[in-house]
Write a protein that binds this ligand. Structure first.
Ligand code: AMP
Ligand code: MG
Length: 961
């Protein structure tokens, strides 16, 4: 409104920047009838009430101060280095007169009878100057003393709320420290203090009366007037505006380095960014061309940065306004600042230019509704106090122009005055960005909560901010999705250095060739052991050869699948090896799984032949297909020699099924090369023929491919756990019997073993565990008990052959949650945003995997394969697997796992898409809707729970479902 009225009144375009920085804007606004003047006469005539109320701004601070654990979060200090011959007596007297002129410097805040605070103004009172002789101090002493004094708490109820200290360094050098509680001051007030102190000091030195006139109003008058003014329509109108503006606002979740504490503290630190002159000049030019202020440009850029960091498109940032838009309040010392919330809608992939325009409109509208005190907004929109975050917005941006930056306003007659930087370690918000314009220079301070962030994280954020500012000035027509935040150095590190995992492995061999090689090299070494049963490499190889010849006879040929339905046993492993030797791929059929599922796996993969263990004959028969018993006596009549090789490294080795959201399991096709990239991977473990692995997992799990083929292709021993379902008890027993040195446990089993039977893991050199988020507490407990062992957190989906990254936990090797580490050998990872661009360090992205572990695809599901295995934009001709997992980089390149983009869950190692269960439930004629979730009502006890609606008065029973 002001802008358009000015346009018509003045007849020309006034740059918006000028508009908001013109000191007389208050008068202009008053003339134009857009802002109320403080009715001085009315206020003066009114008797002061017995209890002077607090202004709304003060009231908010009074409440905040009560919640501040350290009691010093709201101290506003300034330190001045005074060069020249100071007259301390005159300075003391000047401070005294200053306090005499301004009641607010003699005010304290007492709690009244109804527990509402009131302003208590002492009739007389001073701002005493404490003088300290610092003649023999060094710089460190001085800085410490300033810091200590500046962070000393104030007592709002008893006062004083303003303090002055004078440190005398030598006759020609003093440091004056002024500190006030924010409830009696603000940045603008300090300019008044500076002006009047200078005037009073000069007059006192010259023994002249000062030229200052008696203030017409005091802060208390303003507070009383504000209460009567902020009522009715005015408040209603502005409240309605803000209600609509801020409807449905969610807290901004910046990615933090540490978990957010339940109660936020104000411990903070500051990182400073000095923008190069070229950029500052470009920013000013941009402002002129687009009619935007520096504030608006910085705000728009900051909101874009936050969009990148959070992935959200709805970004609210707070900003203070001086709230001095009435001429009557211009000369008052006191706390006037109000806070506005600027909310950006960054949906629709706009260009930078469009965002600037949107921000300008939002800012102008916010200014037009700036009278409503922030506290009234909070009590209306966020009445539930959440002590872990600040209400309505969690990050702030402010710009000090040359006129509002108080560090340049100080002078004292006859002295040279320089402001000394004080460590601004108070973080009122998660992150506050404050820019200071001094002439052509633009300095940006990033003050952050040290509860949440590391210094390096904020440094990086500042670099990204500068990067974005450059983009805004040089390529304003870029769309947000096309923005690139990474510096060339960061890009090189992320894309190349951290993916430099190429290492030799037998990529030109097949799995069975390597077993055959071991059989030749060390025929009598133990390959398999289960209980009392033992098989040397020679026996393993010969038995598998006989079966392989037999399979070939039955018409098994490359790229077909052979079902194998057997309990954990040496026969099972011999069977798997035989299928590979025959040139085919195995399809594991876990006999404990439902028959219906097993039948589906067979038919959907066109599997004609099923190998089975004698115990599973009945089951196997019910599945259909040609049956072949693993211990069929006629097999012994076949040659024991290695069959002619027909499979090659790219041939299928096996097909593993995982849950599919449409109700159909997905068959993941793994090749020989895929397997060897896993088994010969020194980043996971270094294995020797002396190692003993334990086969513990179901062969339907991808974990089994690691635990079976790693020992057998490297000449170590494979111990086989007892058949049946693996529980804490059976695992404890098997580990006790076989004393493995390497073990791969599902995360759930690792957790329960540590809780219930940690001694069982004694002597296991490498405990590999994966499948779900690993608990740091459990790992620590384990390492304390077994200091010689390592826990390796292994991460990876079946589609990239069991493992893609790993992290080795040793005492002190990590902080916070257990990372999933770095890519293993011959594996590349990319963290991409939804537009497919690499995200910076510290920012959440979706994990994409590349390299030699990538499965061929999903069996018979080309559309699904194309959807999940996408072209690699960084390596021509290569593919990436889109995992649906979320992660982010730590500064050293290790990855933190952060959950899923979809609702896929893990329960006791089973990967489940709830949609698969819903799809099955919906097949029941009575079920009309279903939704499946995981509940963990008792910690550690995850359960799948389906909620459904039926169309029948006679709902189906649970067992029927
Ligand atoms: P699966 O294909 O059954 O091995 O399941 C792979 C999925 O399990 C991954 O996509 C992740 O969601 C999850 N996962 C595997 N390992 C880990 C791990 N170490 N930490 C957290 N989640 C994991
Ligand atoms: Mg797995």
């Amino acid at each position: 409104r002001v802008t358009s009225r000015l346009r018509t009144e003045l007849g020309h375009e006034l740059p918006v920047r000028a508009l908001f920085e013109t000191p007389t804007i208050a008068q202009l606004a008053t003339t134009l009838g857009t802002s109320a003047a403080v009715d001085t006469t009315a206020v003066r005539r009114a008797e002061r009430p017995a209890a002077v109320p607090l202004s709304y701004a003060q009231e908010r601070l009074w409440f905040l101060d009560r919640m501040d654990p350290d009691g010093n979060a709201y101290t506003v200090p300034v330190a001045l280095h005074l060069f020249g011959a100071l007259d301390p007596a005159a300075l003391e007297q000047a401070l005294h007169q200053l306090a005499a002129r301004h009641e607010i410097l003699r005010t304290r805040f007492a709690e009244g009878a109804d527990s509402a605070p009131a302003q208590v103004i002492e009739p007389t009172g001073s701002l005493p100057l404490v003088q300290v002789d610092a003649g023999d101090w060094d710089d460190v002493d001085l800085v410490a003393a300033l810091h200590q004094e500046a962070s000393r708490p104030f007592d709002l109820a008893h006062g004083p709320l303003a303090r002055a200290h004078l440190f005398r360094l030598d006759p020609q050098q003093h440091v004056l420290l002024l500190s006030m509680h924010h409830i009696v001051t603000d940045g603008w007030s300090y300019r008044i203090v500076a002006r009047e102190l200078d005037e009073l000091y000069a007059a006192l030195r010259e023994r002249q009366p000062s030229r200052l006139t008696e203030p017409a109003l005091q802060y208390a008058d303003y507070a009383i007037w504000e209460r009567s003014w902020l009522q009715g329509e005015l408040v209603e109108g502005q409240a309605a505006y803000w209600r609509e503006q801020l409807a449905g606002l969610e807290p901004l979740d910046l990615p933090t380095d540490r978990p957010r504490p339940a109660v936020r503290s104000s411990r903070g630190a500051t990182h400073t960014l000095n923008l190069p002159d070229t950029l500052t000049t470009a920013l000013h030019k941009l402002g002129q061309d687009h009619g935007v202020t520096t504030f608006m440009t910085l705000m728009a850029t900051y909101q874009i940065l936050l969009r990148t960091y959070t992935g959200h498109h709805d970004i609210a940032v707070g900003t203070p306004v001086a709230n001095r838009n009435r001429s009557e309040t211009e000369d008052l010392i006191g706390f006037f600042v109000n806070t506005l919330v600027l909310r950006a809608d960054l949906t629709g992939n706009p260009t930078l230019r469009e965002v600037l325009n949107r921000t300008r409109d939002t800012a102008l509208n916010a200014y037009a509704h700036q009278d409503l005190p922030f506290e009234r907004l909070v009590s209306e929109l966020a009445p539930q106090r959440d002590l872990s975050r600040t209400p309505l917005f969690q990050t702030m941006l402010t710009v000090h122009g040359s006129t509002t930056d108080i560090s340049h306003c100080w002078q004292l007659a006859g002295l040279d005055v320089q402001t000394l930087p004080l460590d601004d370690t108070v973080a009122k918000f998660d992150l506050t960005v404050s820019a200071t314009e001094a002439g052509p220079e633009l300095t940006i301070d990033f003050t952050y909560s040290t509860d949440l962030f590391d210094a390096s994280t904020i440094e990086r954020l500042a670099t990204h901010f500068q990067h974005l500012l450059t983009a805004v000035t040089t390529e304003p027509d870029t769309r947000l999705d096309d923005l690139d935040l990474l510096s060339p150095d960061e890009r090189r590190r992320i894309l190349h250095e951290w993916n430099d995992t190429t290492a030799p492995y037998p990529h030109d061999r097949t799995v069975h060739q390597l077993v055959e090689q071991q059989a030749r090299l060390r025929p009598e070494a133990i390959a398999l052991v289960q209980g009392e049963r033992r098989f040397s490499y020679r026996e393993l190889n010969e038995r598998a050869n006989q079966l392989a010849h037999r399979l070939r006879e039955s018409g098994v040929h490359p790229d077909t699948t052979v079902g194998i339905c057997a309990e954990r046993s040496p026969e099972l492993v011999i069977g798997l090896l035989a299928v590979l030797k025959a040139g085919a791929a195995y399809l594991p059929l876990d006999p404990t799984h439902p028959t219906e599922r097993l039948t589906h796996l067979l038919t959907s993969t066109d599997t004609a032949v099923v190998l089975h263990h004698p115990h599973q004959t009945g089951l196997a028969a019910s599945l259909g297909g040609t049956l072949l018993a693993l211990d069929d006596p006629t097999t012994a009549g076949h040659p024991t020699t290695d069959p002619d090789p027909v499979a090659h490294p790219g041939s299928l080795a096996f097909v593993l099924h995982t849950s599919g959201s449409t109700g159909t399991p997905k068959g993941v096709q793994i090749t020989h090369r895929n397997v060897l990239r896993l088994t010969h991977n020194t980043r996971i473990t270094d294995t020797t023929p002396d190692d003993v692995f334990l086969h513990l997992n179901s062969i339907a799990f991808d974990a089994s491919s690691y635990e079976i083929w790693t020992p057998l292709t490297t000449g170590a021993t494979l111990a086989i756990a007892a058949p049946g379902r693996t529980t804490t008890e059976t695992a404890t027993h098997d580990i006790h019997t076989h004393r493995p040195t390497v073990l791969l446990l599902t995360t759930a089993l690792f957790h329960t073993l540590v809780e219930e039977s940690s001694q069982a893991l004694a002597g296991v050199r490498h405990v590999l565990t994966g499948g779900e988020a690993l608990s740091a507490t459990h790992v620590r407990t384990f390492l304390e008990l077994h200091p010689g062992s390592a826990v390796v957190n292994v991460y990876g989906p079946t589609e990239s052959t069991t493992m893609a990254t790993c992290f080795t936990c040793r005492p002190g090797s990590w902080e916070g949650p257990v990372p999933i580490g770095r890519p293993i050998d011959n594996t590349r990872i990319h963290l991409l945003d939804p537009a497919g661009r690499p995200v910076p360090i510290g920012v959440t992205g979706e994990l994409y995997l590349g390299g030699d572990g990538l499965a061929r695809g999903y069996h018979h599901q080309p559309a699904l394969t194309a959807d999940r295995f996408v072209p690699d934009p960084f390596t021509p001709g290569a593919r990436l697997y889109r995992t649906g997992d979320l992660a982010r980089y730590r500064p050293d390149g290790t990855l933190d796992f952060l959950g899923r983009t979809d609702d896929q869950v893990k329960i006791r190692g089973h990967r489940i898409e709830p949609g698969e269960i819903d799809a099955r439930l919906l097949e029941h004629p009575a079920v009309t809707a279903s939704t499946t979730v995981v509940r963990e009502d008792t910690p550690g006890d995850k359960r799948l729970v389906a909620y459904l609606t039926t169309n029948s008065t006679n709902p189906p029973s649970t067992s029927e479902l």
